[in-house]
Structures are given as C-alpha cells and as structure tokens.
Design a protein around this ligand. Structure first.
Ligand code: S3P
Length: 428
C-alpha cells in the first residue's frame, strides 16, 4: 500500500471499542451466569479469535451487529474441552487469560496460536498457574500450551515482569480457587480485569501494588459498555500532533489512567491535547479528545516505571521523539522485544530509513530528534505486526515523500478500517 504525506488531520472520528476490554468481556461472559450483552464490542482480528475460541469451548455467541454481541454464559466451570486445539490466532491476551480460566475447568485443553504467538513467552503464565495447582505444559516455553484443569488453591504471586495479561490470568484462576489469591505487580498495569470483575460482583481488594480475589460461586455481568480503544486513538493523536494545522476530535475514548501514559509524554513534549466531557462508561473513565498540532515538540525521558502505561504506544513515542528537538531516552523497553514482533528492532528498522536517528540497547531506546518532517521514500514493512503497520502509516503520513507500506493488512488485527478512517480525516 502507498502512504501519501498529508497536510493536516482535520475533523471528527471515533475508533473501535477497546480490544483489552472486549477480550475480557467475552471471556468473563463465557463463564458468567446468564447472558452478557457487550455494547461497543471492538471487532478486530484479535477479538474475532476470542469469539471463535469461546465458541469452540461450547459457548453460544450471538453477533447482533458489528459492535454488539451477546454471550450466553455457561457458568463458572461450564467450558467444554473441544476435540481440536483452541486456535488463539495472533492474540496473546486471549491465550494468556484463557489459560487462567481453563486452569480451573474440568478436562484437558490445548491452546495454539499463529507463528508470531507461538514465538512469545508462555512460561510466565504457566509458572503461576502451576503454583495454584493446575497442570500446564508449554512447548519449550511457548505455545502450543496444554492446560489440564484441577482443584486450585489460592496463592500469593509476585510478578517478575509488569504484565496485565499474566496478572489477569492469575486473578481469573483465583476466582476458581479455594482461598485467596494475591498478585503483586512491580509496576501498575492496566486494571480492566479488576474493574470488570467488580462489575461482575467480585470483591477485589487493591492495596498498593497487590491485588487480591477470593474464590467465587458465580459471576454475573449482564451488560458491558466498551469505550473507544485509547491504543487505536493513539496513532491519530500522534499524527495530528505532528501535522501542522491539524484540529482533530476523537469521541468516546477510554482514558483509564493505566493506559494513558502517552498523554503524559505528550504533555512533557509540549503537545496540545485536551480531554473534555470526562465521564464514566460502566466502570471505565472515558472522554472526548481534542488534538491540535504542535510545531515545538521537545525531547523527554520515559522511565521504566511509566512503560506499562504506554506499552503499546511506544512505537509511536519513538516517532514523536524523532520530530522533537533534542534526545529522547526511553528506558525499560525489554518487554517490547516479546510482543508480536521484537518491537525494539522493528521500530528501529522502520524509522531509520526515514532519516530518524534512533539507536537501541537491550533495554533502552534513544532518539535524537529534529523538528522537521522525516524524508520518507522507500518501503516500510510491518513484519505482520499490527502496531508496526500502524506506525508505518503514521510515519508515511507525516513524512515529506510518503512511503510504500508492505504488510499493511496486519493493522486489522487491532483496527479494521484504520486506513479508511485515516484517509477520511487527512487533508492532502
Ligand atoms: C494487554 C496487556 C499488554 C499489552 C497487550 C494487551 C492486555 O501486554 O501489550 O496489547 O489486554 O492485558 P502484557 O501483559 O504482555 O504487557
């Protein structure tokens, strides 16, 4: 696909429902009592994998509209082992959270994924689930995963890395365990699981970085309203910041503070992003976002403790840094190396040929920025990673020469319709 440079981003836009919350709503709905209606469901490649997975486990799902689904819960221990492995596609969140739920079901379950998901670390979720008493086997640390349900006992688990997926897997298994299960996180990660569990009637204790649940008898959700995905709004926020004369309004965006680290970075860089109409949608904070361009971005420092709050936005932060005056240092980026691709390398490989001075260490990215549009030209490759495809599109849009984007279709893993939406607000 050819990405042409744009003059500005102008207009109003909405983005698909939050992917993290959509996965969780379907998975919890599957083991809830009664029906769960998910309004604003974020339809995407990854969340389609979740619908497919719960159906394979015996759950009836009605797709009433693109963004409206009804899940017929089978009760806390009602999932049925299918004859075939459950296909998790490209979705790490699905595989890891589902492993937690299956740990307390009856039977043996196999979880498989695509080539990218099969390269990602799975011992991080297997280890704590074994501690709760489940039998979990990985394939040399990776998928396919075998989970054999067992009577679980609560435990206290200190996460070695800040990961909302692992935290969530342990908390979900904790619902099916006797006694109390506590997860301690090294840094705060997204808390959508905790909020949704509370909405489902579970008592969740949250003290500093320790989250505790006790075993429950049943869950009941009824209705989940999903806000727009902040991570899908992020590329538009960044592009509008970088393109002079932009004035973009994004409506109904989730602004859970465990997700909005990018806004703090933008503020430090002197961008002009304003939130208004702050309100709650169910248990999640949402707002409308106004973005005006900024011609005077300055470099900043991102510490490792901030990374979990913007983990999926760091590729975009690197691009911002490339157009900000001075040197930006991003610490604690090692987790980026175990995403859909090694994003330290794929971000560097994409931005360097555009003329952006970026260098990488094992756990650190450095970008020396210039307040000018990168030259563009050449070919950018997504390597099958949706966040990298989207970075390529934003980089091409803000460049002088545009670029050819190979593997653009990967964007649909999190954001189908991304290119059409970008086009609809782009002034050429
Ligand atoms: C997610 C958690 C993060 C994030 C991913 C979604 C979630 O992963 O990168 O896109 O929904 O819990 P980690 O838990 O591996 O950091």
């Amino acid at each position: 696909m050819r990405i042409e440079p744009a003059r500005a981003l102008v207009g109003h836009a909405v983005v698909p429902g939050d992917k993290s919350i959509s996965h969780r709503a379907v998975l919890l709905g599957a083991i809830a009592d009664g029906e769960t209606e998910i309004v604003g469901f974020g339809r995407a490649g990854d969340t389609d994998s979740t619908l497919r997975a719960v159906r394979a486990l015996g759950v009836q799902v009605d797709e009433l509209d693109v963004d409206l689904v009804r899940v017929h819960g089978r009760g806390l221990r009602g999932l049925v082992p299918p004859p075939e492995p459950v296909d998790c596609g490209n979705a790490g969140t699905l595989m890891r959270l589902l492993a937690g739920i299956l740990a307390g079901q009856n039977g043996r379950f196999e979880l498989a994924g695509d080539a990218s998901l099969s390269r990602r670390p799975m011992e991080r979720v297997a280890t704590p689930l074994r501690e709760l008493g489940a039998r979990v086997e990985t394939t040399e640390g990776h998928a396919p995963l075998l989970v054999e349900g067992a009577p679980l006992r609560g435990t206290r688990y200190e996460l070695p890395v800040a990961s909302a997926q692992v935290k969530s897997a342990v908390l979900l298994a904790g619902l099916l365990a006797c006694g109390r299960t506590t997860v301690v996180e090294p840094a705060a990660t997204r808390d959508h699981t905790e909020l949704l569990l509370e909405a489902a009637g579970v008592r969740v204790e949250r003290k500093a970085q320790a989250i505790t649940v006790a075993g429950v008898d049943s869950l009941r959700l009824d209705r989940v309203e999903v806000p727009g995905d902040f991570s899908s709004a992020a590329p538009l926020i960044v592009a509008a910041t970088l393109l002079p004369g932009s004035e973009l309004y994004l409506h109904n965006i989730g602004v859970n503070p465990t997700r909005t680290g990018l806004l703090d970075v933008l503020e430090r860089m002197r961008a002009r992003v304003t939130l208004f109409n702050k309100r709650r949608l169910g248990s999640e904070p949402v707002a409308d976002v106004e973005v005006r361009s900024s011609s005077t971005l300055v470099a900043t420092k991102v510490s490792a403790a901030e990374v979990p709050r913007m983990v999926d936005e760091l590729p975009l932060v690197a691009l911002l840094a490339g157009m900000a005056r001075g040197e930006t240092v991003i610490e604690g980026v090692a987790e980026l190396r175990v995403k859909e691709t090694d994003r330290v390398e794929t971000v560097k490989d994409l931005l360097r040929p555009l003329g952006i001075r970026i260098s990488a260490g094992e756990d650190e990215l450095r970008v020396v920025g210039l307040p000018t549009r990168p030259k563009g030209g050449g070919t950018a490759r997504s390597e099958g990673d949706h966040r990298i495809a989207i970075l390529g599109a934003v980089a091409g849009l803000v460049s002088r020469g545009g670029l050819r984007l190979e593997g653009a279709e990967a964007a649909a893993i999190s954001f189908p319709g991304f290119f059409e939406l970008l086009d609809s607000v782009s002034k050429r």
